[in-house]
Design a protein around this ligand. Structure first.
Ligand code: GLV
Ligand code: MN
Ligand code: MN
Length: 412
């Protein structure tokens, strides 16, 4: 393959996709199965069709766009990511892996490359947990980590179930058909923005991901006793929000106490009922997110949070119940693909480093059925999940170029 490509077409496509949003630009909000998600899917599928790819969708909406290789018997090489976006997000999370993956295929097509193995671009349904409270819905089901029975029990905040919502989006078929066998992909490579500051700070073109941190999520419900904020005196109060505050700090302390910079704990959702300034909170719902590169250490933080729930409930005389949403193991990237990516990076004159992925990604679950690797490009200031998320044209071009070279090698 020749020198780094110009990617003006890809940049225009990224801009066009970002405009398909439930928010005003530059805000990108594209919750799974929303009208914006459906328009975005139509847009991306149109681009894939124009590139001559054959498109199939499964019962949950995972989309497979295939460039047929010369040997139809061989398992394809996969690439791809997601196009759903959390509320108030930016333009590059996931989309760089989808549209960048498509561009890598088009670069190879323009160069006259004829793959022996098919190359399949995958657009995974709902990498983001916004709607159903669980991340990587499509790739989880594809890897059978989330069973159809567990999936049908999922509800969104309005109480609408997965079955109703996917049918409304036009995805019918049996959920049992979503799981794919090991070997369905020969290898899988995902391009993604780093979502952290390391590559930019080090002045590196790309990061070669060696392992993906293990995420877990615990939902906590705290039932106290409401009452008048003036009339009810402090002794004897059962303030659910005060109890929640202790749990938030307990999680922070547990994540800080492991001695590893890789341990992180966050409470990203706190719903307070009744939510009136002059009313003692009677009910609080927390959603927590705990991650680590080491699964055992992550489980230690999770356990410390559960212990705090028991202790705070007894001391404050409130009722605390917990629900484990997920506790996934860390994923390891494949040494062979990493070596191929490294040699392609050297050939292309790109500066790189091997590194950890701290966000979770669809590749974590694809890793259950195929060898995977991830390729990171920098994002400005490490900012992600915000409208000012930004990856420069040069960074995107480097990532796409390296992805194209890697796919060329893997599919030959
Ligand atoms: C995915 O966006 C994550 O939360 O890591
Ligand atoms: Mn994200
Ligand atoms: Mn992502």
């Amino acid at each position: 393959m020749s020198a780094k490509p110009t990617i003006d077409g890809l940049l225009a496509e990224l801009k066009a996709l970002a405009r398909i949003s439930e928010g005003e630009p530059p805000v990108v909000t594209r919750v799974v199965f929303s009208e914006a998600d459906m328009r975005a899917r139509t847009y991306v599928k149109g681009l894939c069709a124009s590139a001559g790819l054959t498109i199939e969708e499964d019962a949950i909406g995972n989309t497979f766009a295939r460039w047929a290789g010369s040997d139809a018997e061989l398992a394809p090489v996969g690439t791809g990511s997601h196009i759903d976006a959390i509320p108030n997000a930016g333009s590059y999370d996931g989309t760089v892996g989808v549209l960048g993956g498509l561009e890598a295929i088009r670069i190879l097509q323009r160069a006259g490359f004829r793959p022996r193995r098919s190359i399949e671009l995958v657009i995974f349904t709902a990498e983001e947990p916004t709607r159903f409270g669980i991340g990587c819905l499509g790739s989880r089901m594809l890897a059978n980590v989330l069973t159809p029975a567990q999936a049908v029990a999922l509800r969104d905040k309005e109480g609408r179930g997965l079955e109703e919502l996917r049918a409304g989006a036009g995805f019918r078929g049996a959920l049992e058909s979503v799981a794919l066998p090991a070997g369905r992909f020969h290898q899988f490579v995902e391009l993604h923005i780093e979502q952290g500051p390391h590559l930019e700070a080090e002045g590196l073109d790309v990061g070669l991901v060696t392992n993906i941190a293990a995420p877990a999520s615990l939902r906590i419900r705290i039932e106290g006793e409401g009452g008048h904020a003036g009339g009810k005196l402090m002794p004897g109060r059962k303030d659910a929000l005060a109890a929640a505050a202790e749990l938030i700090l307990a999680l922070e302390a547990a994540a800080r106490s492991t001695g590893s910079i890789d341990s992180v704990g966050t409470v990203g959702v706190c719903e307070v009922f009744p939510g009136a300034v002059n009313s003692i909170p009677s009910l609080v719902r927390l959603e927590t997110d705990i991650r680590d590169t080491d699964g055992v250490r992550r489980d230690g933080v999770l356990q410390a949070l559960k212990d705090a729930c028991v202790e705070v409930a007894a001391r404050r005389r409130v009722v605390i119940t917990t629900e484990l949403v997920n506790a996934d193991p860390p994923a390891l990237c494949d040494a062979t693909i990493l070596d191929v990516m490294e040699s392609c990076a050297m050939e292309a004159g790109l500066s790189y480093q091997r590194m950890v992925a701290r966000a979770y990604h669809d590749s974590s679950f694809v890793a259950c059925i195929a060898p995977v690797a991830m390729l990171f490009i920098p994002c400005r200031g490490g900012v992600s999940h915000r409208p000012d998320e930004y990856a420069s044209p040069e960074w995107i071009a480097s990532g796409v170029h390296l992805l194209a070279r890697t796919l060329e090698r893997l599919a030959s």
